[in-house]
Write a protein that binds this ligand. Structure first.
Ligand code: COI
Length: 353
């Protein structure tokens, strides 16, 4: 496929790195590509960033048939730009596509096109530590049709957003609330796909959490309402005694790339790490006996996010001493050192542009 490039006539003003929040600003260009059954994926093009004109009947607006990804481009101290495990994002995106009946795309081509877009948007990759260029590849169903079936046509697009930290408090412990009334996903559904339905399902409990003064919701499993699953914007890890525990992937949890990186780093360091079921009762009892040392979330947007307090029913559990724990700190440093090119990349995770 031949990639075409149309450059923007005027360029936007770039914000200072110190002023960056999350997901509010977008760069000058975007990537687009279309699908129909006759041509497959076709017409790959880089164009000026622009709104999309859509028929009000467009399928994605009604039935949410869409998938997306989140990855980041980092600027190293020497000014080079690099990606972190981008091939894993594109292969997860195709897995998400399969779960919601979207035709798969060529992952190698998607990576090449992304690199071209990044070369053009190079000036938008910020330099300050903890800032990056967040990359949002997305596929949406575009048939103008109100019947419930999979679409025949699709648009794949990639937009870029210069970002700072995801949580306004930065790398500081957050407070999370375990909801007993709502569930995010169940095994057999689409919980493991990065698809808008999972995020829509999280909004009601999320807003309740915010009203109560909590940053995020920690979800319990949808069947027994007993086992801890994930946070929605992050996977979750618990340190009990000397064991690092993260819920096993069973179809309802997003298979996070940062989650996988934490698992691989912990194993590389010979720490005891288990992917297993962990119940809220086990967590409460570990807290009661003083064995709950740390809780942290992992995600592309959030990197490693220490958890200082958990609320479940009437109980508030302060985790460890409520501060950033040593394992969270070690993982955060190791991951960001690799991402920002400050250390060796023993796992081969970095992809230069
Ligand atoms: C990410 O970590 O990239 C996410 O997708 C989480 C959230 C911003 C949706």
């Amino acid at each position: 496929m031949q990639l075409t490039i149309e450059k923007a006539e005027t360029l936007k003003e770039k914000p200072e790195d110190t002023k960056l929040g999350f997901g509010t600003l977008f760069t000058d260009h975007m990537f687009n590509m279309d699908y129909n059954p006759d041509q497959g994926w076709h017409n790959p093009r880089i164009e000026p960033y622009q709104p999309m004109l859509m028929d009000p009947a467009t399928a994605v607006l009604h039935y949410g048939q869409a998938v997306f990804e989140g990855l980041k481009a980092y600027r190293t101290d020497s000014g080079k730009i690099q990606l972190f495990r981008p091939k894993d994002n594109f292969s997860r995106m195709n897995r998400s596509c399969r779960l919601v009946c979207i035709p798969e795309f060529d992952e190698a081509f998607a990576l090449e096109a992304l690199k071209e877009l990044l070369k053009l948007e190079e000036r938008w990759v910020p330099s300050l530590f903890e800032t990056s260029l967040y990359i949002r590849p997305t596929v949406i169903a575009t048939d103008p049709f109100l019947g419930v079936r999979e679409s025949f046509t699709y648009r794949y697009f990639v937009i870029l957003s210069p970002v700072g930290v995801y949580y306004p408090g930065g790398f500081n412990p957050i407070k999370i609330w375990v909801t007993q009334n709502h569930v995010r996903a169940v095994s057999g559904g689409v919980g493991e796909a990065k698809t808008p339905a999972n995020y829509a399902a999280s909004l009601y409990a999320g807003s309740q959490a915010h009203k109560k003064g909590y940053t995020q919701v920690l979800w319990l499993d949808g069947i027994e309402r007993k086992y801890l699953e994930e946070v929605g914007s992050m996977n979750i890890f618990f340190v009990i005694d000397d064991e690092i525990i993260t819920p096993k992937l069973q179809g309802s949890i997003l298979p996070g790339i940062t989650r996988d990186s934490v698992i691989k780093l912990a194993k590389h360091w010979n720490l005891k790490l288990s992917e297993r079921k962990i119940s809220i009762d086990e967590l409460i009892s570990a807290h009661g006996s003083g064995k709950l040392k740390e809780i942290f979330g992992s995600g592309t947007a959030a990197v490693i996010s220490p958890v200082g307090e958990i609320k479940y029913g009437e109980q508030s559990l302060t985790v460890g001493d409520g501060k950033v724990g040593p394992i969270s700190m070690r993982l955060y440093t190791a991951l960001t050192d690799i991402q920002y090119g400050k250390s060796e990349d023993p796992m081969g995770w970095v992809e230069p542009i």
